[in-house]
Design a protein around this ligand. Structure first.
Ligand SMILES: C[S@@+](CC[C@H](N)C(=O)[O-])C[C@H]1O[C@@H](n2cnc3c(N)ncnc32)[C@H](O)[C@@H]1O
Length: 367
């Protein structure tokens, strides 16, 4: 029988450590013994030592020294490889903490969480992976969001709301681009990903952090209505900062009226106040999950990071989180916030586009 695991890990090792000559393994357990047998014959990067908190007890694995994390500098390695399948993510997080600035290499980050049956041909659970009909994939959402027809739907929807200068300017830009490029125009922003996702999947529960005058919310509602879905429940969190971005920001009654204009008249749960104070109560029940979440409220580095980090654990399978303004001229650090948060939440496929408008990032949960 072919051992899938040996071949797979050798491939990952060769690919990720191309051009690297000296590495250390982090973790000196059974996995490292197995890994050394698998990768030593591959002739690529040489393992010079293992690093483990229990170095004083273990001392040696397959002829290599085991040292404490504080001895890393003496090893003169170019990378540290996470050597565990059972606690891979925890060990990775710890490595980032104790080896700042060092290149850390993972071997299992694209797979369902381990441990795996190393004798088998395939990883445990591969037969239980989500089928293509069960969760929309990222490419489907992105391709619909990019469509010119989606922009026409956005124009139709936002034209029905109470006018304001910001939307007028945005829609003017949409119209000009459609005139100029026609159906070849491919463009993506928060509004288009929300409309596309709502149309494709008819989410049942939507959490919006940052609603302001209801533009993004109107697009989610309109997308559901276009798909013939009328069961959407909405939770809207906003601090209703007066005169936000130079336009009145009147609050819940105004937003509820705006939604009626697009044909959505179900009660909306408004959570007014800063998410720094309100999210912990909203999430006090572990069962509080959402199919779609927008994070577009607090634009400070710490505030946006806290919002994103909390909501990422509340997305249902196939659900999407949208994070706006990753390249906004006044908030350019928001791209870094995305990169600092999302890789630590497993099971998402992510899309980042900093080039269109103020930049958008989305993540869809596939496991
Ligand atoms: C950029 S606007 C939202 C725009 C909306 N998503 C759209 O596309 O139509 C940001 C909103 O977040 C709100 N906000 C700012 N800081 C907040 C905080 N700490 N907690 C909750 N809401 C906040 C502001 O009052 C404002 O209404």
């Amino acid at each position: 029988m072919i051992n899938f695991w040996g071949a797979y890990i050798r491939e990952v090792w060769t690919h990720r450590l191309k051009g690297v000559s000296r590495v250390a393994l982090f973790g000196a357990g059974e996995h490292s013994s197995w890994l050394l047998d698998v990768v030593r014959p591959s002739g690529g990067a040489t393992v010079v030592a293992l690093i483990d908190d229990d170095a004083e007890k273990i001392r040696e694995v397959k002829g290599l020294p085991v040292v404490l994390p504080e001895s890393l500098a003496k090893l003169e390695v170019e990378a540290v490889v996470i050597s565990s399948d059972a606690n891979e993510l925890a060990l990775f997080n710890r490595a980032r903490e104790v080896f700042p600035g060092v290149r850390i290499v993972r071997l299992y980050d694209n797979l369902p969480p381990g441990p795996y049956d190393k004798q088998g041909q395939l990883p445990n659970g591969i037969d239980t992976l989500v089928g293509p009909h069960e969760a929309v994939n990222l490419d489907t959402v992105v391709s619909l969001a990019l469509e010119s027809e989606t922009k026409r739907e956005i124009i139709r929807t936002l034209e029905s709301l109470e006018p304001d200068p910001y939307v007028a300017r945005m829609l003017d830009g949409y119209r000009r681009a459609l005139n100029r490029f026609g159906d070849r125009w491919k463009y993506i922003d928060l509004w288009s990903v929300l409309f596309a996702y709502a149309t494709l999947t008819s989410p049942k529960r939507y959490l919006e952090i940052g609603t302001r005058r209801g533009h993004s919310l109107a697009l989610v509602c309109a997308g559901c209505i276009a798909a013939g879905h009328s069961e959407l429940d909405v939770v809207s969190c906003d601090l209703w900062i007066a005169n936000y971005a130079g336009t009145e920001n009147p609050g819940p009654d105004f937003v509820a009226d705006q939604m009626k204009r697009v044909g959505y008249d179900r009660p909306i749960r408004f959570v007014s106040g800063s998410t720094r104070d309100t999210l912990s109560e909203l999430f006090s029940s572990p069962g509080e999950t959402f199919d779609l979440i927008t994070v577009d409220g607090d634009h400070s580095r710490d505030g946006a990071r806290a919002d994103l980090d909390q909501v990422a654990t509340r997305i249902t399978l196939g659900g999407m989180v949208a994070f706006d303004d990753i390249n906004h001229p006044q908030h350019q650090y928001l791209g870094e916030v995305w990169n600092a948060v999302m890789p630590f939440h497993e099971g998402f496929e992510t899309y980042v586009n900093p080039r269109n408008h103020t930049g958008i990032a989305i993540a869809i949960r596939y496991q």
